[in-house]
Design a protein around this ligand. Sequence first.
Ligand code: DSN
Length: 463
Amino acid sequence: MKSNVGEATKSFAPHDPWLEQIQKTGHERLRTQDPELCSCIEQEGERQASHLVMVASSSVVDPSVLACMATPFVNVTAEGYPGRRYHAGCHEVDRVEQLAIDRARQAFGAQYANVQSHSATTANYTVLSGLLRPGDRVLGMDLSQGGHLTHGSKAAYAGQYFDAHGYGLRADGTIDYDGVARQARELSPRMIICGATAHPRAIDFARFRQIGDEVGALVLADISHVAGLVIAGLHPSPIDHAHITTTCMHKQLFGPRGGLILMGRDAHTSRPGEKRTLAQELDRAVFPFSQGAPIVNSIAAKARALALSMTPAFRLTAERIVSDAKALARELLELGYQVVSGGTDNHIVLVDLRGCAVSGLVAERALEECHIVVNKNAIPGDPRPTGVTSGIRLGTNTMAYRGLGRPEMAACARLIDRVLRGLTVRDDRSYELPVALRDEVRASVHALAERFPIPGYPVGATS
Ligand code: DSN
């Protein structure tokens, strides 16, 4: 492993109970002064503990990451960067931001990290708006093929402010790299965006860079979904292939809501005709161009999660994420389901439900009634609208973190199958689920959740 910074290595100050006291006072005031809000927070914690969360774009944070969020950094306005702020009072803020930057660079083997983006969506928009002009041409993976809204969908900013074009998949469910190259030659985009939100196969970032170099395009890799596997060395890294890499922290880095912008070998190079390096351009693109003061408590939580991402325990979780997903896909295939691309290389299993006449929406709702949390997801070429879909996307981040392994994945697949087979489907939006079946599946889910509690969290009630 690259580092042991996640483990307690050195004592920097005597323990001061001030922070614990303020957090305790906060909880007491919430409970007594705002019981309605307090009950929402407590019940959400209980829901997460007692349900099987298989939403591929989520994970769960260590309590120490949560603790960073509830700190006095909330009170600081700190526009600028470490050592060059527009406000006084930033000594500790500077230390925290520099820690987060150093850890992000170390974890990803990057030469540049900006840790201020509020999400990967804002990180992507920062890169696009900071390096391109309105109307410039971009080529990203089509939303209907597994791409992300920010990669050029007409429903979002990138598709409205740029001349956005989409690429897609081959019949086997893998990215059509030859097709991307053909489109790039025809379109001459200023930027090619790679990365996906519902794609179960590894992405060949080197190939994207080759295509980008051939047509003179910048390459942006959004690795929000696979960032943890990249750190663990279980997915190819884009850092020295893409010019710029973005990610969020909350999907596979087990961190807070928030984004990162990273660069490898291109960080200190300049674009033709541009005096500033890409690193300087991107710092300015974040602040002052697209954001104001950073969310410093979130940056502290990013620093903590990044430290944990370099521990042996994280590597084990990452390995389990992949082996769980493969086991889940295998079991679903054996149960007769169609799995997009026939399996998975990462944490995502995309199930094509067209063979069972259940829409993605019905499957999502019925499974949630049974306390299995997934999301409806379009499958490539989906005939149904995006609010209904013909698929569900399953992800193994949270389950692997809780310690569920291959045998439990087989059990989960069978529970999903029992629910989907036990439904009476009325139409794409409505169904009947027998109460006895619902209660039986819930009981099995709660038993699994109790056997595999979220590390560091109290065990949830299961009624
Ligand atoms: N990109 C969306 C997803 O993958 O679910 C949300 O971040």
